[in-house]
Design a binder for this molecule. Structure first.
Ligand SMILES: Cc1ncc(COP(=O)(O)O)c(C=O)c1O
Length: 488
């Protein structure tokens, strides 16, 4: 060792043995944390003392790993969103599974940038996972696939390819050029997720290119109005480019009629993109897979693994048919990420040619390990169980005099509210808002909300492998009890 290298620093632990002891302790703590999650409140408000930690200035000098971990254990771990709790049903929160804790340690230790051009095991894990996902969704094996951060990014990628496909000019080179070209039009229902509008705007199309079509009573897109909109745009010289099917709307879980949409898309010669953020996963439900028949006909599918596939955050996926201009939309290969015939950089694919990101975490390992540990049969049964639970809660609501179902239950989302003849219609929104906040404050359960036809709804989205039927009994009991107390 030269004199100089003695003075060179590293960020490795000063004492590896101490570090190893701490790592063992952390694993023990975290396994305990997962095992006992149902014993704790769903939501615990963050005390001021914990917030003080987050007001501390940037530390110029470090602290021991064990001291920093103590801070995490005392001030961070106890105050989670807690989507891992059996009675968490907010937004479209997924639970993850304990086995992925092991995957996360491996991912962190390997710290792979997952470029794909590296000839490494991580590249092949990701390719194999993509192949399994295509199998699970009955999508062609020659489709391209990419793991991304989540549904928003997956939709952005899918719609970018649709844009390339529909533009009759080199849109990458020229950008959106409305002086010389007609406006490209994208169609979806008013129930579509906000990320679709963001994607359209980010793609430079402008939200005027997104036509929101009214819905039927069951919250699915109205096909006649969709056809009218396409016809009208064509007549006015615009270019219908893409229909975006909602495969499980965020508010109610409604599934647009996929086979009919694919017929319209085919007849009109336009792209069919499916936003199946969570609903696509119904494709591998044991019995209910027919609910999403036709998903496999879409030109592109965006879906999340971190929602209803119980994969830890974050992980989304986009699949695009093999003959479509996926690579043409994203590929830029400067010499510094060139592929070689042999050696480290001789991997089979450059994932950056299929999306926005270059470096990505080795998130594929979580889902790969989860599928190997659970097997697809158990997955199919688990997803079916959530659909059954949504039906069960729907029955409880329908059977209760003080509860009212606010939307048909299409999949795994139930919308309802507390009502009582003594309450005027215009007071119901405030009353149910108060019920929701008190539910959260009670720590017993965490639904979220939706506004349906102006009515405030308690919205229960079930992407949770820890929920049991008794949890829904408890929810109904709590909602009616809080409602009754408020009225008295
Ligand atoms: C239907 C739908 N699409 C897209 C998204 C966005 O997904 P992500 O939060 O993973 O970006 C969501 C999120 O809830 C969703 O429900």
């Amino acid at each position: 060792m030269t004199d100089q290298s003695k003075h060179e620093q590293t960020l490795d632990p000063e004492n590896w043995d101490e570090f190893q002891d701490l790592a063992h302790k952390v694993v023990d703590d975290l396994v305990g944390y997962l095992k006992t999650v149902g014993d704790r409140p769903v939501w615990t408000p963050l005390p001021e003392e914990a917030k003080e930690l987050f007001a501390e200035p940037l530390p110029s000098k470090g602290s021991k790993e064990s001291e920093v971990y103590e801070s995490v254990k005392n001030h961070i771990l106890p105050y989670p969103t807690n989507n891992i709790h059996p009675r968490f049903w907010s937004w479209v929160g997924g639970t993850g599974t304990p086995s992925q804790l092991i995957a996360d340690m491996v991912i962190s230790a390997m710290n792979s940038g997952s470029l794909g051009l590296d000839e490494t095991a991580s590249t092949y894990v990701e390719l194999q996972l993509l192949s399994w996902l295509k199998t699970l969704l009955s999508y062609p094996q020659d489709a391209n696939g990419l793991l991304v951060s989540g549904g928003s990014m997956a939709n952005l990628v899918g719609l970018a390819v649709a844009r390339t496909h529909a533009a009759g000019y080199d849109i990458r080179d020229e950008g959106i050029n409305l002086n010389d070209n007609a406006r490209l039009m994208f169609y979806t229902s008013v129930e579509t997720h906000s990320c679709i509008r963001k994607a359209i705007e980010l793609l430079g199309l402008g939200s005027k290119s997104l036509k929101l079509i009214p819905i039927n009573d069951d919250y699915t897109v109205n096909l006649d109005l969709l056809q009218n909109a396409i016809d009208k745009d064509r007549k006015n010289g615009r270019i219908p480019a893409c229909i975006i099917a909602n495969v499980g709307t965020v508010n109610t879980g409604a599934i647009d009629p996929l086979i009919k949409l694919s017929e319209i898309a085919k007849k009109e010669n336009i792209w069919l993109h499916a936003d199946g953020a969570f609903g696509a996963i119904a494709k591998f439900a044991q019995k209910s897979h027919h609910l999403v028949d036709g998903l496999e006909l879409a030109d592109s599918i965006a879906f999340d693994l971190h929602k209803w596939m119980y994969i830890q955050y974050d992980c989304g996926c986009v699949l695009i048919r093999g003959n479509h201009p996926h690579k043409e939309t994203f590929s830029v290969i400067p010499p510094y990420i060139k592929n070689f015939e042999r050696g480290l950089a001789s991997g089979p694919i450059n994932f950056s040619e299929y999306g926005v990101q270059l470096s990505r975490s080795f998130k594929a390992l979580r889902a790969w390990m989860a599928l190997k540990i659970e097997g697809s049969d158990k997955y199919s049964a688990q997803i079916e169980q959530n659909i059954d639970q949504a039906k069960y809660l729907t029955q409880l609501v329908e059977a209760h005099n003080d509860l009212e179902l606010l939307a048909p239950t299409s999949l795994n989302i139930v919308n309802f509210r507390y009502t009582n003849p003594s309450v005027k219609d215009e007071q119901l929104n405030d009353l149910n808002t108060e019920i929701l906040m008190r539910l959260h404050e009670s720590g017993n359960s965490a639904p979220s909300s939706a506004l349906l036809n102006g009515n405030f709804s308690l919205r229960v989205a079930i992407c949770n492998h820890r929920s049991q039927r008794s949890d829904f009994d408890e929810l109904v009991r709590d909602v009616t009890m809080i409602g009754n107390n408020l009225l008295n």
